[in-house]
Design a protein around this ligand. Structure first.
Ligand code: GDP
Ligand code: MG
Length: 162
């Protein structure tokens, strides 16, 4: 079976947009309203001749307490079943307590995690991502899932980690 890359993170950070960027086509559902992606959806992906499965996650509950737990649970499932986890944050705003709860889960799991700083649409935003080292997941990897900035480099990094 193919190696699995799971994409996890808070609602609206751009997980489904990133999945579409990885696939090179619009297939994952992108929504301006948080919380509508089904729980876990798997797609076949390919980059430079290598094939893998990419899993989009979502389905968060609206209630704040439930939501934090749901995100941490998704992170835990992803870490248990994936060969590499892409933990996606919105680089245009500071990390939230939900981000931090998921990070604690991922760090405990010991699974390989790539910290994806999404919505880095330009050089100015890229200049501000150094603070994300503070999450304790290593180097933040800047991309703009929407515009494709950094996407090829991220795919190379994913394949290195598989
Ligand atoms: P998800 O809930 O994490 O799956 O997030 P979505 O992929 O549905 O995206 C949520 C919103 O963020 C949508 O309006 C996207 O167009 C927007 N978005 C996603 N990636 C980027 C990006 O790289 N830059 C900008 N500016 N917006 C983005
Ligand atoms: Mg989504």
């Amino acid at each position: 079976s193919l190696p699995i890359v799971a994409v996890v993170g808070r609602p609206n950070v751009g997980k489904s947009t990133l999945v579409n960027r990885i696939l090179g086509r619009r297939q994952a559902v992108v929504e301006d309203v948080a919380g509508v992606t089904r729980d876990r959806v798997a797609y076949d992906a390919e980059w430079t001749g290598r094939h893998f499965t990419v899993v989009d996650t979502g389905g968060w509950l609206p209630d704040a307490k439930e939501r934090a737990r749901a995100i941490a649970t998704q992170a835990e499932i992803a870490a248990q079943t994936a060969d590499v986890v892409l933990f996606v944050v919105d680089a245009t705003i500071p990390p939230t307590s939900d981000d931090e709860a998921a990070v604690r889960m991922l760090r405990r799991s010991g699974s390989p995690v790539i910290l994806v700083a999404n919505k880095v649409d330009n050089a100015r935003i890229e200049g501000e991502i150094a603070s994300l080292w503070g999450l304790g997941l290593g180097e933040p990897f800047p991309v703009s899932a929407l515009h494709g900035r950094g996407a090829g480099d991220l795919l190379d990094k994913i394949l290195e980690a598989l």
